[in-house]
Design a protein around this ligand. Structure first.
Ligand SMILES: C[S@@+](CC[C@H](N)C(=O)[O-])C[C@H]1O[C@@H](n2cnc3c(N)ncnc32)[C@H](O)[C@@H]1O
Length: 231
């Protein structure tokens, strides 16, 4: 599914305005913060995207590893957070160098839908290996098979109304309708998982997992799973 990585590396319009982008990454950072277990924690954000508010997460932990496959996004992360001694930026391949049982919290939010089954399995194996006993994987924004694109549009519009960017959201939706995003969404598609399917995959990967009461981010129709390494 490298086409999705190329998409996220391009000058895409998935965020309808600067305000939308800021609101999105602030919400995500706040939700990650709620899962940081202690100020000593080592945290991995797997496919973090622009992670605009990563400094706030880093301030609440000992070390934050921002991992991102898109090279252009990674370049901006390095430029933005290079001076922050608590943040390191890595490619996904470089995560192989992380020591076993070195991480307290791994988050992967709004990423599984872009992965092949093999990529998802690989990511789970990596996180299973690097998480400490008692550590946690937060797997967020998982699309259910039965929920369609209209629900995503409604979630965006609600966020836009709440944060004052409705006009931009309507224009943005019109722009996105003509863009690569919907073409890719139609041609490659997004991977969807039922609750039982994802729980089974996490179990196979060596985790004890459960559905969180609330999804991270702002789309309540999607799911978040909380998983800990099985001893
Ligand atoms: C919707 S963004 C999510 C970014 C961030 N986690 C957030 O919640 O805002 C999707 C991210 O997945 C990454 N991505 C796309 N395809 C991927 C793949 N096959 N494997 C791993 N990451 C991928 C993109 O580079 C991008 O950073």
């Amino acid at each position: 599914m490298d086409d999705w990585i190329d998409y996220y590396d391009s000058t895409h319009t998935i965020y309808v305005s600067k305000l939308h982008r800021d609101v999105h990454f602030r919400v995500i950072a706040n939700d990650i913060l709620a899962y940081v277990p202690s100020p000593e924690a080592v945290v991995l954000d797997y496919s973090c995207g622009e992670a605009l508010f990563a400094a706030q997460v880093a301030a609440a932990c000992q070390k934050l590893v921002l991992a991102e496959p898109a090279p252009g996004v990674r370049g901006r992360l390095t430029a933005r957070f290079g001076p922050n001694p608590k943040i390191v930026v890595r490619s996904l391949d470089e995560l192989a160098q992380l020591p076993d049982q070195s991480t307290d919290l791994a988050v992967m939010i709004s990423v599984a839908q872009y992965m092949t089954a093999a990529e998802l399995e690989g990511a789970f194996a990596l996180m299973r290996r690097i998480l400490k006993p008692g550590g946690r994987l937060v797997l967020g924004d998982i699309l259910r098979p039965e929920v369609g694109a209209a629900t995503d549009v409604m979630a965006l519009l609600k966020l836009a109304v709440k944060n004052g960017f409705l006009t931009d959201a309507l224009w943005g939706l019109a722009r996105t309708a003509l863009s690569d995003y919907w073409q890719l969404r139609q041609s490659i598609g997004l991977q969807r998982y039922s609750e039982a399917d994802m729980l089974a995959r996490l179990k196979t990967a060596g985790f004890e997992a459960k559905l969180a009461p609330k999804n991270v981010g702002y789309n309540p129709a999607r799911m978040t799973f909380l998983a800990t390494p099985r001893s």
